[in-house]
Design a binder for this molecule. Sequence first.
Ligand code: PYC
Length: 436
Amino acid sequence: MAGLAGRLRKRPPKYSAAALAWKGLRGQSWPRVWRDCDLQRSYDAVVIGGGVHGLATAYYLARNHGMTNVAVLDKAYLGSGGSGRNTAIVRSNYLTPEGVAFYDRSVHLYEQMAVELNINVMFSQRGHLTLAHSDASLRTMHWRAEVNKLGGVNSSVIGPDEIKKECPSLDTSDHPRYPIQGALYHPPGGVVRHDAVVWGYARAADHMGVEMHQKTEVTDILCEGGDGPDGKGAGGRVTGVRTNRGDISTPIVINCTAGWASLISTMAGVRLPITTHPLQAAVTEPVKMFLPTVVVSGSLHVYVSQTDRGELVFGASVDPYANYSVRGSLEFTEGLAGHVLELMPGVSRMRILRQWSGLCDMTPDYSPVMGFTPVDGFLVDVGWGTYGFKAAPVSGEQMAEAAATGRTPKLIEAFALSRFDNGELVGEKGAASVGH
Ligand code: PYC
């Protein structure tokens, strides 16, 4: 029988767990999942932002439209913005028919993602409860449930007894200051492994020829023919981008940034109705699984789920002031802990391990801004507020279609920038996880 040395000498297949352990033992590095390319001087399209939206857009440009001469530029590393800072919740129980149809398509694409991208994104459709603690919020839950059902989305209002069955650790008694009166229950909602979504899209786009360029900051958008300085603004067209690594010429630039969306758009002479706010989140030490669903309380300003590692992940509303800071605050942690304890007194001895913050671009109606702008060739996929991560697959699919065909797909017509001129807002504040 071969001893350990003999067995180790037989090299295992390239990507098996044994192969990775083998590499680790021998001090070898892991295989790269996307290439490190030289930056070209010209592309058919440039996507700004290497988060899930930018990567999904590039992936669908290549997969659905055969556009592979595409560069994704990120000033830091892939997934370093909102994609790596969110609380990974996916759902489609929105308030407006436009929102419901749009996010429902996203849930559908998330359901197919592991197979399509050949990566375990760990999409766990464990159910999503939005608690109501007042008559007014219960009324909104009924409203959402009806719109959801009309849109074919599985969601209904349930009472405290059913809530207790779905999620035994919630205090459904009448003891709390704001007793739970009911909830919008959305069984397809859940959580997904956000980093895997980034890596999956990046790897798949890379395999089709798309280039990803990290540490490549866009410092200007080059335009001609516009009504503003340097040929920017309405009536003009995009000719390229300027980066910290030189100029690139391209007829199509897609702004898929979050946090910097208004800054980048201003580089093309396009003003957006966006203010940027920090959104904080926190995670506890891991404990045995006890929280089977995602739980949201708009009145108590908190959402919480348990990761497969056992940690509780929480978030709250955006910070009330516009800011580009991504520092956490004690005020947030204290408020959050108090609110979680009102919902689940049993977690009082759990310790918070770390907290972080991301940037949310808020629009006046809490819906995104997607599609064409008054500058020909400059498209936006921005203004995601606190909804961005869950929308990545559908946004990528729809933005790629818009860029490749020059036409606005039906699913995103309602989210056009022009709605702020013609007053056709898509009010989604009532579907926000927490009050803002
Ligand atoms: O809309 O589900 C949501 C959400 C969770 C965290 C931030 N937004």
